[in-house]
Ligand binder design. Sequence first.
Ligand SMILES: Nc1ncnc2c1ncn2[C@@H]1O[C@H](COP(=O)(O)OP(=O)(O)OP(=O)(O)O)[C@@H](O)[C@H]1O
Ligand SMILES: [Mg+2]
Length: 233
Amino acid sequence: MIELQGVSKSYQVGEMTIPVLKNIHLSVKEGEYVSIMGPSGSGKSTLMNILGCLDRPTEGVYRLNGKDVSQEDEVGLAALRNQTIGFIFQQFQLLPRMNAQKNVELPLIYRGFSKKEREKNAQEALQRVGLEDRRHHRPNELSGGQQQRVAIARAIVTEPLILLADEPTGNLDSVASKNILDLFDELHQEGRTIVMITHDAEVAARADRQIVLRDGEIVEYPFSSKERGGRQA
Ligand SMILES: Nc1ncnc2c1ncn2[C@@H]1O[C@H](COP(=O)(O)OP(=O)(O)OP(=O)(O)O)[C@@H](O)[C@H]1O
Ligand SMILES: [Mg+2]
């Protein structure tokens, strides 16, 4: 489903080249639930942006569903993203002028859903994150944790094959956090692939496999329980 081979990413800042990801090899199978941990600045969000086709590697190959992403133009990438990926940004990225309901409907507009279908699906997604009563609030009329849950609703409303979540519980208290992690378990049981960044080891432990990134390199890369099971069989 997700396959990175020798992926590096560096940024050019003035005269300086800053290496952020170094020779990353990572594969995530369909239906797997993987967490990524690592210190601040270790490259987690950069990696997630590449996985979500929001940024391209400087070197190496990224295959998503067997497709070499580097061969796709912007239009192709946007389509691939909309059809396969639900992305929860670390900074939410909600549109400030639109209320919660409209923000959640947005990806469905790109998919060509009718107004009625959009409204129904967006309401259901908001209900799943426990925010049906805040539908008409704009982002600046919501708390940080509520905005985060709107961002989660927007990511799941398309029923994506792959859910990429950058610190999805970072702004939530323990009750809201548990509810979101239970929702992720449900999505996982439905067969969706989940990659989740978190600082919290307890949150990370909910995934099948915990990957650790340090200074742009994967320093811990355990096999999944499925792979282990496969070997013994
Ligand atoms: N557009 C950019 N230009 C230059 N440097 C960048 C850019 N984006 C990220 N970086 C650098 O890349 C490194 C990794 O950033 P990244 O956002 O991936 O870290 P992170 O692991 O997600 O950290 P955090 O846990 O704080 O969210 C940082 O040192 C950052 O300064
Ligand atoms: Mg980050």
